[in-house]
Design a protein around this ligand. Structure first.
Ligand SMILES: Cc1cc2nc3c(=O)[nH]c(=O)nc-3n(C[C@H](O)[C@H](O)[C@H](O)COP(=O)(O)OP(=O)(O)OC[C@H]3O[C@@H](n4cnc5c(N)ncnc54)[C@H](O)[C@@H]3O)c2cc1C
Length: 566
């Protein structure tokens, strides 16, 4: 390390969200096993010794989009519904190390519904159309039969997400659920989205079981191998990432104002921080949004290129309510809203995830308004109990929103969908806008990424993460964390980055080769910066050996139609 205002490191990590923390975690582990690493023959561009490293973030609290806010009244809200779907043992190891006790977690059954025609249709929607009015059942079945017939003769791939939906589920379910719901989530019409992110193969709809359910008037219950999920007992999703960050050596972290990046000078491999400090690096892992990164670099060519990427913003709205959790809410976890009687696409009953997500019943809070907007007759501070709902609303240039009235409109939407009664006492509200919420799998995305990421990598900048590498299909917490881990392995050991380059592959299996405890298995396989970033690298041997286990990348039963992803 240099003078007080100049720091020298081999690897600088920008951002302490899941991706940056994954990179830092792996770098820390690789330093520990450096003695093993030096025994191997490194490729020409990788380190022979353990690299020095530093992670910076402009936020004092690590976690990025996987953080948790607390309202002044004591209600917690994540950045929308965050549930862990892990595809990686290494990720599991790191989480288990950070929050090791049974009491650190609550385990829940996923209980999820779609609000449709004033009814709660259990998820997955297409298995439960027997719940719908007869007229809608006919439309759905009609479309599914057409889709099944089409699937028998078609030998072309769908050209966009809309075609994918129609081929998978038919026009009935498309019109009733998939099109309106996905527009509400993505803030982009389904015709303007590609479908490669859903995996290569288009599976024909399972018409037989759908028909059986309709005739027998049955509903199909919970789905997939992971019908349960764990949630932190205290501190929301953000607590996971604070705990992971706490396993890093403090001397290698720089969070808060003194970690804010002002400028990236790629030619001289220097990062300037807001507080005047300069960091000289050999390799940079940047997890800030790539459009923001190229702005910080002041590279007009890359800025122009990045303009081809599209994203939507996410508004998170929280409502804290006095009273026992009503019967109509029960133990529901998250709910989907495709219709236009409410601005939100998803609601999470956040108080169901942990009793610590809301204030204790003994806390005295005043009612600020009734759900119908009227003033309460009694405004004195009184005891609970309390429960809470968290809502998500998307926004983009293709779907503008009325931000000023959003909170009011959402509360009205809760009444319209029978989540709240007009006289319910609201004791706390929350509204925060996150500019970069969803990285859109637009038709143009791959064309941009296949130029942008290699160009950055040629400058020794590894842009990774939900918005660092902009691939939604590998944009959840587990993926993001591993994008960071694998970038570190790429830099130190020359390993191919599977998550970045082979989303279908990693999504179709449990990736268990890397372990935190067993040591840092050294991946030294044939990756080159250019091929890697362009997605042209060959899979690592170990992956190729196991390729038979890969599925179509839609996430199996776990996330059949991506509606419960994030
Ligand atoms: C609405 C919503 C719902 C989601 N639901 C789920 C879910 O159910 N399950 C799941 O697994 N995942 C979910 N996710 C995804 C999850 O939040 C992301 O996978 C994860 O947060 C991405 O991590 P990241 O590190 O790539 O980026 P981020 O979390 O965005 O972290 C980037 C970091 O870079 C820092 N940074 C940016 N600019 C600078 C600068 N100039 N200087 C210094 N630091 C900077 C930021 O402060 C931030 O901490 C959801 C996301 C959203 C938005």
């Amino acid at each position: 390390m240099g003078s007080q205002n100049e720091i020298n490191v081999n690897v600088l990590v920008i951002g302490a969200g899941p991706t940056g923390l994954g990179a830092a975690k792996r770098l820390q582990q690789l330093v520990r096993i450096a003695s093993i690493a030096t025994r191997l023959t490194p490729a020409t561009d990788v380190y022979q010794d353990a690299p020095s490293w530093l992670i910076v973030d402009s936020n004092e609290t690590p976690g990025g989009l996987a953080s948790t806010d607390v309202t002044p009244e004591g209600f917690l809200y994540d950045v929308g519904g965050h549930v862990i779907f892990s595809h990686y043992k290494y990720f599991d190891d790191c989480i288990a190390q950070a929050l090791p006790n049974e009491t650190d977690w609550y385990t829940h059954q996923r209980i999820s519904y779609v609000r449709c025609k004033n009814l709660w249709v259990p998820y997955p929607f297409q298995n439960n159309i027997s719940m719908l009015p007869k007229e809608e059942q006919v439309k759905c079945m009609d479309g599914m039969i057409d889709a099944a017939l089409e699937a028998r003769v078609s030998n072309t791939k769908p050209q966009n997400f809309d075609e994918w939906i129609v081929r998978m589920m038919g026009t009935g379910i498309a019109d009733l659920f998939m099109r309106p719901y996905n527009y509400k989530v993505w803030a982009v019409p389904t015709t303007k989205m590609q479908c490669a992110w859903l995996g290569e193969r288009v599976a024909a709809p399972d018409l037989k079981s759908v028909t059986k359910n309709v005739i027998l008037q049955k509903t199909a219950g919970n789905w997939g191998p992971n019908a349960t999920f764990r949630f932190p007992a205290v501190g929301g999703t953000g607590a996971i990432w604070i705990a992971v960050a706490n396993t890093l050596a403090k001397k290698n972290t720089r969070f808060g104002e003194r970690g804010a990046v002002k400028k990236v000078d790629a030619d001289n491999k220097r990062v300037m921080l807001q507080d005047g400090t300069t960091i000289k690096y050999d390799k940079l892992i940047s997890t800030m949004a790539v459009d923001s990164l190229v702005e910080h670099m002041g590279d007009q060519e890359l800025v122009n290129l990045s303009k081809g990427l599209f994203y939507s913003s996410t508004h998170v709205i929280g409502v804290g309510i006095r009273g026992e959790r009503p019967e109509r809410i029960g133990d529901k976890c998250w709910l989907y809203f495709p219709e236009d009687d409410c601005p939100f696409y998803r609601a999470t009953i956040f108080s169901n995830y942990s009793p610590n997500n809301q204030p204790a019943a003994s806390k005295k809070l005043a009612t600020t308004q009734l759900a119908d907007g009227s003033q309460p007759s009694d405004t004195s501070a009184r005891e609970g109990p309390y429960w809470s709902i968290m809502l998500e609303v998307s926004e983009s240039s293709m779907k503008p929103v009325d931000e000023k009235n959003m909170l009011r409109d959402c509360i009205q939407g809760l009444i319209n969908t029978e989540m709240l009664r007009p006289a319910d006492e609201i004791v706390s509200t929350y509204h925060r806008r996150f500019d970069h919420g969803y990285p859109t799998p637009s038709l143009e995305r791959e064309g941009v990424l296949k130029q942008l990421l290699p160009k950055l990598q040629a400058k020794d900048i590894f842009s990774r993460g939900r918005f660092g590498s902009w691939r939604y299909e590998v944009g959840n917490q587990d993926h993001s964390f591993m994008l960071g881990v694998e970038a570190a392995d790429r830099i130190v050991n020359g390993a191919v980055e599977l998550t970045l380059n082979y989303p279908d592959f990693v999504n179709g299996r449990m990736n268990d080769e890397r372990r935190l405890i067993d040591g840092g298995q050294i991946f030294q396989n044939k990756g080159t910066d250019k091929a890697d970033a362009a997605g042209d690298a060959r899979p690592v041997d170990i992956a190729a050996n196991r390729a038979g286990t890969a599925t179509n990348g839609v996430g199996g039963d776990e996330q059949p139609f991506r509606t419960n992803g994030a």
